[in-house]
Design a protein around this ligand. Structure first.
Ligand code: ADP
Length: 163
């Protein structure tokens, strides 16, 4: 059977930083579910279908194995129980991520005491990288090729600059 973990996020769109965390999670656990959040309070730029498609292509292109990409609505603590997941795996960038992630981890522990939250330290190279930075740069015509997986780069640029 092996151990299943969940990497949750908005992935709006997926970046090289996200992909690095997903890749590293597959090396530590047997099955990684990337849960793409549908119920975002802020309106996402990319649709749930686009976000799932980008991650699926990026994972395939990087030949990362044992990953399942799903759209997700509801409580992660319940979903983790349903899928028999051992832990949530999250990337931790700078101090700014810490307070929110700490609060979420404690809340999820309260809702599902069997569920752990595992934090992987960001790859130094991607420490400054976020989906919103990518969107800002691309919409101003800047070069985002170092920030997003190559196979989805053109699609992201097209969507962000054509309108
Ligand atoms: P963002 O903050 O870019 O909108 P998400 O909400 O999609 O990201 O985040 C999903 C997960 O990925 C979170 O655990 C977040 O900390 C992590 N993450 C996002 N960007 C990076 C990065 N550059 N390096 C490491 N982890 C990251």
């Amino acid at each position: 059977m092996g151990r299943t973990v969940i990497c949750p996020g908005s992935f709006d769109p997926v970046t090289r930083g996200h992909l690095d965390i997903i890749d590293r999670a597959t090396k530590m656990f047997d099955h990684v579910i990337v849960a793409v959040l549908c119920n975002l309070s802020k309106k996402p730029t990319f649709t749930i279908e686009e976000r799932i498609d980008f991650i699926t292509r990026a994972v395939q292109s990087a030949e990362i194995k044992n990953v399942e990409v799903v759209g997700f609505e509801g409580l992660l603590a319940d979903y983790a129980r349903e899928r028999n997941a051992t832990a949530l795996v999250k990337g931790l960038r700078a101090v700014s991520d810490f307070e929110y992630e700490f609060q979420m981890a404690l809340t999820n522990k309260k809702l599902n005491p069997e569920l752990e939250t595992v934090f992987l330290t960001t790859n130094q190279q991607y420490m400054f990288l976020s989906s919103s930075i990518v969107k800002q740069i691309a919409s101003l015509g800047g070069d985002i090729s170092g920030f997003v997986p190559e196979c989805i780069h053109d699609d992201i640029c097209k969507r962000l600059t054509n309108k």
